[in-house]
Design a protein around this ligand. Structure first.
Ligand code: NAD
Length: 397
């Protein structure tokens, strides 16, 4: 079938298999152009491996360090006449590229929050790899089912304490208007923390430890965001920020649990980038549009692949992780430089619908968003028939 983008708010309900494959190939090329990471990871589990930061982490480990990778994601397969999700096609493409490079890659499509998926993955590690030396935790989800009680927790993106009014960008129309978001109520904060906090990261680590599948010197890393003050009411100080604080609590607990293995847990604070998850956060897409313009002009713009390559190459595996006072790795360092923030802040105050394309990189925002779904990539014939039933090799065995 001919596959074109169908955008509904902040998601695209179609995805292009060849386009996704090109996107993955482009990321692999970035990593390969930087050469091998000295003393990099060799056997890696990526939880949330099919798009955004998790996919880039998997690519950086595989193609930057020749690592065997196991990836876990929760996505819709393609069918002969119906699109699967971009994540599905990304994984199909990643596995094909890995096989061509002689790299082990196996994927699991299921609910990573559940006990059965944890057990299946652990069985695969035991059978195929013995142990893993790096575990990346990169889930972003609107809900989580508690594996014990069956309760479904829902994550919300709300300020805490008082309502928040700020500029906001409609990413479909390019209109900049004002949005007021009511504060969290009831157990919103606890529910969001149950989904996006550290509990499941700890459950994974406990299960992996108990099964004896973590190698001596193991590293585990989960991702966080802080960003500029203008977004703090909705991010850092909002319900999602509370969940991220919980991630740091768990990071400290995991450090203790991993100490007998000479292991280390990290929270890495990453840059604000267009991903499926971030496009759903109010206010953030406007900030990202302004940020892209400034960082592209500066020559410091990175996408998820450059970020994750730098995380492994220049932080976790170079013997100098450069942790901040709270013990976090900061690959948001270039985003957060005073110069970048001063300029973004000035433009934030002045931006409106009319001057958005002058002050911000709305075009870059939209093209990054479309690329996530395999659209807008050079060298792909979008007028040609495409087979949406592409399979993920390791899931067909
Ligand atoms: P994303 O939406 O691009 O990817 C989410 C991944 O989680 C996908 O692979 C998806 O399949 C998987 N997933 C979701 N629910 C699942 C489930 N139940 N079982 C198995 N897999 C599941 O997200 P992202 O933006 O890359 O975010 C990843 C992490 O990085 C999050 O912790 C996020 O807060 C953090 N982060 C993101 C940004 C940003 O700007 N995007 C910045 C800093 C930190």
């Amino acid at each position: 079938m001919i596959i074109a983008p169908k955008i509904r708010g902040f998601i695209c309900t179609t995805a292009h298999p060849e386009g996704c494959a090109k996107h993955v190939a482009g990321q692999i090329a970035v990593v390969k152009s930087r050469g091998l990471i000295g003393n990099g990871p060799k056997k890696v589990l990526v939880i949330g491996s099919s798009t955004g930061y998790g996919l880039s982490s998997r690519i950086a480990a595989a193609f930057g360090s020749n690592a065997a990778t196991i990836g876990v994601f929760f996505e819709k397969p393609g069918e002969p006449a119906k699109c699967g999700t971009a994540d599905w096609y990304n994984t199909a493409a990643f596995e094909k590229e890995a096989a061509a490079a002689g790299l082990y890659a196996r994927s699991f499509n299921g609910d990573a929050f559940s006990d059965p998926v944890k057990s299946e993955v652990i069985a695969a590690i035991k059978a195929d790899l013995g142990q893993v030396d790096l575990v990346i935790y990169s889930l972003a989800s609107p809900r989580r089912t508690d594996p014990k009680s069956g309760e479904v927790y829902k994550s919300v993106l709300k300020p805490v304490g008082e309502s928040y009014t700020a500029k906001n960008l409609n990413t479909t129309t390019g209109v900049v208007n004002e949005i007021t978001i009511a504060p969290a109520e009831g157990d919103d904060e606890a529910q969001t923390t149950a989904v996006m906090g550290g509990e499941d990261w700890e459950l994974w680590t406990d299960a992996l430890l108990e099964a004896g599948v973590l190698a001596d010197g193991v590293r585990t890393v989960a991702y966080s965001y802080i960003g500029p003050e203008v977004t703090w009411p909705i991010y850092k100080n909002g319900t999602i920020g509370k969940a991220k604080e919980d991630l740091e609590r768990v990071q400290r607990a995991l450090d203790e649990k991993l100490a007998p293995l000479n292991g280390k847990a990290w929270v890495s604070v990453n840059k604000a980038l267009v991903t499926q998850a971030s496009s759903a956060i109010p206010v953030v897409p406007l900030y990202i549009s302004l940020l892209y313009k400034v960082m592209k002009a500066d020559g410091t713009h990175e996408d998820t692949i450059e970020q994750m390559d730098r995380l492994l190459r220049d932080r976790i595996y170079n013997g100098n992780p450069q942790a901040d006072a709270a013990g976090r790795i900061r690959v948001d360092d270039w985003e957060m430089t005073p110069e970048v923030q001063a300029l973004v802040g000035k433009r934030w105050d002045g931006v409106n619908t009319e001057n958005l394309s002058e002050l911000g990189d709305f075009e870059g925002y939209q093209s990054s968003f479309l690329r996530l779904f395999g659209f807008g990539l050079t060298g792909v014939d979008y007028a040609a028939e495409s087979d949406p039933g592409v399979g993920v090799p390791s899931l067909e065995r």
